[in-house]
Design a binder for this molecule. Sequence first.
Ligand code: NAD
Length: 499
Amino acid sequence: MSEVKRITHHINGAYWKESAARSGDVYNPATGKVTARVDFASPELIDHGVKVAKKAQEQWAQASLAKRVQVLFAFREILNARKEEVAKLITAEHGKVLSDALGEVTRGLEVVEFACGIPHLLKGGYSEGASTNIDVYSIRQPLGVCAIISPFNFPAMVPMWFFPIAIAAGNAVIIKPSEKDPSTINLIAEFWKEAGLPDGVFNVIHGDKVAVDSLLAHPDVASISFVGSTPIARYIYENGTKNGKRVQALGGAKNHMLVLPDADLDLAADAAVNAGFGSAGERCMAISALVVVEPVADELIKKISERMTNLKTGDGSAGSDMGPLVTAVHRDKVASYIDAGLSAGAKLVVDGRNPKVNGAAEGFWLGPTLFDQVTPEMSIYKDEIFGPVLSVIRVSTYDQGLELINKHQYGNGTAIFTNDGGAARRFQNEVQVGMIGINVPIPVPTAYYSFGGWKNSLFGDTHAHGSEGVHFFTRGKVVTSRWLDPSHGGINLGFPQNG
Ligand code: NAD
């Protein structure tokens, strides 16, 4: 019998020694077995972590830009050298296949590389002689202690959307990762220590709602960066801002792919399969609604079904295309949507229930599933399913497809497949969604642009990473200065005017 290990917090550069009153099971989704128990923090432990981070931040903010960049470069080198190790941990607790896990680490690394340019990113403006003998300039300073609360589906990449920039800008961070796959971020904490980051600047505190609520209420937590489902994102935004914090809360998604009749249907079929079933559909940028402008739906569905028969579902190590779902509860919830689709009258083209898998029978499996004849009032269209279920909605015109997308409550990502540049250009202008792909099914912006959706997919003003990330993790000051001007102006109670 394999041993169940304990996963605990990493605070002030060391693992926490004291035992926890509460903890949660961590599974290997491919075997269905509990592999670890993760400690859940109490409000007192959160308070301790914030105090540690606050003290460390005061020193770190004084470190020169050159020193901070040296630490970031060292961290980048360690993470790059040991990325396979990180990917294996992700696969063991999340279930996604190894190549996919490696992909998320690589995308996270891009943000670290972006943050290595912090000296340039923090440069302010300078106006010499804004008024007679007066210069005006702007600087940006860190916020203090920044909390990051992350979801299960990207245990490495999503925290890395935030912490490289937060740390580079001179903040300290407390990360509360998902309790479903908590090991990855602990290894990353070890990398930071090895890179020379002072203790207390990067802290990992595990837990559930109790830990999150304590972070939301703590007076010394300056900001919250949250990623997760929409109801929790809304809750975080409302409560965090109520407590005076800066909040960016990224929520759920239902991403549409609009296929026009002139599209390359082989390219579109490849894209629909890759974006629909990669990571078992557990991606906030997964395509789950395929909107096809007639008369090409029959042909496209045939091409997609053919490709689906070749997909291998199994554990990450066995050359599989798609892994299990994260928990049995989540697998059952996704499967219940297949029943709901059938009851509502959708046509089940490929049934993923009872899949043939390369892995243990007890794993949390669900095969790729395809529905046709889906209509907008069905729950399989309205809700975020977050599993390997792709729904085809047939429309007669581009305008009908666009209207469908714009009416949906979510606006994270979308894609159009067409060979008509004019149609694509019109789409990018008219669609009410934050991230657009043109013949690209998963348009995750590169690190120097910002990631974020519209509508119920994001609460707050600022998207993740890129210049918006730098803006989020700093606050501006403007200095108006006069030096040694011998011509004293005397008393004047009027409002200062430039002259
Ligand atoms: P989740 O909302 O269940 O959990 C996210 C985080 O919130 C976790 O750390 C969890 O411990 C915490 N949490 C859970 N319940 C809470 C509660 N009642 N009060 C306070 N905190 C709570 O999300 P998940 O299942 O881990 O992740 C999947 C969701 O995340 C999907 O909806 C997906 O679309 C979304 N997601 C969005 C993006 C994006 O960029 N918009 C990216 C990745 C994932």
